[in-house]
Design a protein. Structure first.
Length: 329
């Protein structure tokens, strides 16, 4: 297992000295001392985004130790809840902002910038000892996850008669996860209320570990967690039964994402930024660094990097937003 992704705990760099220094300063003393952090930047949201955000935050903090950064992963939806209420300036997101979330932003005066960071995929995986389920169709996945009020258990043999008559155990990211939202809407175009109850965690590592302990388990999580846990879970090829997206069952991979053949479970990852912070030179510098470093970390961690054209488009979008605030000043 990759050391960088082994237990992805939140990275929080915040010093008590910040409070002591501010408490001791008089209102008229606005100068910065050598020990005083020049900025405090907070990111929260997607667990799918966490590995790449963690690496970028670590490298940025090493180069610029005066800028203190807090990184957490409460889930995309939880992050949007704080972001759209003006309580968070940067949300890591594994899905686009929903219409109702955008309306909340508008009501609260949160003018946001959406920046695409990398491309990802939702991996459907089973226990390594599962030697029967090599592939699944979308219809089979729909059947497996669909809520059935008449029966508590669904068996592998219910999916295909030749498979074991053993109950399937389901594991998934939590309700606040953008990955759960993408997975369910790809299958049903609906929310979790119409699908069966499953064991959940906001940490994708927990999902992987749960699958590794149950021979009859199935679950899903973000592609980089497969990249770093290959001996704990085995990916399943998915057949969307649409030849225009690729013939037959397709395994999740960077190549499949780039070829747009792993359908419908490939998706972009985003940073959502409250535009007001772009007036701060330190925030602007951090976001430039994040975008430029993202392709490097994407390759190392198992995401599909943005193309050079797409990356330049996002950088131009950022610079345009920064320049617009400078003009308003």
């Amino acid at each position: 297992m990759s050391a960088r992704l082994n237990r992805l705990v939140p990275v929080v760099f915040f010093c008590l000295s910040l409070f002591l220094i501010n408490a001791c300063r008089t209102e008229g003393d606005k100068s910065k001392t050598p020990n005083q952090p020049s900025a405090f930047i907070e990111l929260d949201g997607s667990s799918s985004m966490f590995p790449i955000a963690q690496e970028i935050v670590n490298s940025y903090s090493a180069a610029r130790p005066s800028i203190k950064i807090s990184l957490s992963m409460s889930g995309t939806t939880s992050g949007f809840l704080k972001f759209c209420n003006g309580k968070l300036d940067i949300n890591n997101a594994s899905r686009p902002m929903a219409d109702d979330e955008a309306e909340t932003c508008q009501r609260n005066g949160v003018d946001f910038l959406e920046l695409k960071i990398a491309n990802d995929a939702v991996v459907i995986a089973v226990h390594p000892a599962n030697d029967w389920c090599q592939s699944l169709t979308l219809n089979e996945l729909r059947f497996m996850w669909l809520k059935n009020d008449l029966e508590d258990n669904i068996y592998w043999s219910d999916v295909r008669p030749e498979w074991p008559k053993e109950p399937i155990t389901f594991f998934a990211p939590g309700l606040m996860s953008g990955t759960q939202d993408v997975f369910l809407k790809s299958l049903y175009d609906t929310s979790a209320s119409k699908v069966r109850a499953v064991h959940t965690s906001e940490d994708h590592n927990d999902v992987v570990m749960s699958i590794s302990r149950d021979t009859f388990a199935i679950g899903y999580f973000s592609l980089p967690y497969m990249h770093s846990n290959e001996i704990l879970a085995r990916p399943v090829a998915i057949d969307d039964q649409d030849s225009t997206n690729g013939s037959g069952a397709i395994m999740p991979s960077v190549q499949a994402i780039e070829e747009l053949s792993y359908f419908p479970f490939q998706r972009p990852l985003y940073l959502y930024v409250n535009r007001r912070v772009l007036a701060d030179a330190e925030y602007a510098d951090f976001l430039r660094y994040f975008l430029k470093e993202a392709p490097i970390q994407s390759k190392a961690l198992g995401y599909a990097p943005l193309s050079k054209m797409d990356l330049n488009e996002e950088l131009n979008k950022l610079e345009t937003a920064i320049a617009a605030l400078a003009v308003k000043k």
